[in-house]
Design a protein around this ligand. Structure first.
Ligand code: GLU
Length: 256
């Protein structure tokens, strides 16, 4: 294992516009940056949400009333659409990608975990970019991740990543509401600092996806404690991933 490894998580809030439509140029910019990192000997795993919203784009609505069944329908219809986007984007950069769906069960010690490790190691050694998402079609109740931030953290641990980047739609963790004048972005956080007090009610959960700043903060601290540097940064900012890996002071960094 020679290359540096980074796990990049992109949530639904980053890739959609106000009308909840997936924005192609955002996905393109994401893939372009992964291609730049790859050329610089940094291997990436992309953890991408978007299946549920892509399914809603296709179906509009569905007759099912049960929220779990609705989620299963939308996400299983939308997941191949997401992969079609990614397949053609990676192809346009001369790269190959693969889909790795998982439930929480797959990360528990034992055979499932071993299978996951072999799959990621196999793909990475072939220079293929794994694209992970929760297997929303079958992952319900006990086997569900709290959100894809948790999945991203588990993948980072599994592949012994050097860094985890959680992309969201704000520039990082702020001392108040990101839009408030007296609110400041925290550039770096140590895992023992009490920064939870800064999370705003309004920003605890994020629109269409699960997760939100509260969960990101918890996951960022947990991951940093596992000795993986973790960043929360703005996925809509141009070149954000490359700049972070270049050591620029972007987003909020959680020291390992
Ligand atoms: N797996 C869900 C999706 O692809 C998203 C979960 C989350 O928002 O964290 O839509």
């Amino acid at each position: 294992m020679s290359k540096k490894r980074v796990v990049i998580k992109v949530g639904t809030n980053v890739m959609t516009n106000k009308d909840n439509r997936i924005v192609g140029p955002i996905l393109n910019e994401l893939v372009r940056q992964i291609a730049v990192l790859y050329e610089n000997d940094i291997a990436c795993v992309l953890v991408s949400s978007g299946s549920a919203i892509a399914g809603k784009e296709i179906l509009g609505d569905c007759a099912a009333q049960d929220p779990s069944i609705r989620r299963q329908i939308f996400s299983s219809v939308g997941q191949p659409r997401m992969m079609r986007h990614y397949y053609s984007l990676f192809h346009s950069f001369g790269m190959r990608c693969a889909q790795v769906l998982a439930t929480k069960r797959d990360f528990a010690a034992g055979k499932y975990r071993e299978n996951m490790i072999n799959c990621y190691e196999g793909l990475l050694s072939e220079g293929i970019i794994p694209i992970a998402n929760e297997d929303d079609a079958v992952s319900l109740t006990m086997s569900m991740f709290s959100d894809n931030d948790e999945l991203a953290s588990l993948v980072a641990e599994l592949i012994q990543a050097d860094a985890l980047i959680l992309l969201t739609d704000t520039d990082g963790l702020y001392t108040g509401h990101p839009d408030a004048e007296d609110s400041k972005k925290l550039n770096a956080v140590h895992t023992d600092e009490n920064v939870e007090k800064y999370v705003q009610e309004s920003n605890k959960a994020e629109g269409e996806g699960r997760g939100g700043m509260e969960s990101k903060l918890k996951i960022a601290k947990e991951t940093a404690r596992k000795n993986i540097i973790t960043y929360i940064a703005n996925g809509k900012r141009k070149n954000v991933i490359v700049d972070i890996m270049d050591g620029k002071d972007i987003g909020t960094k959680f020291h390992a």
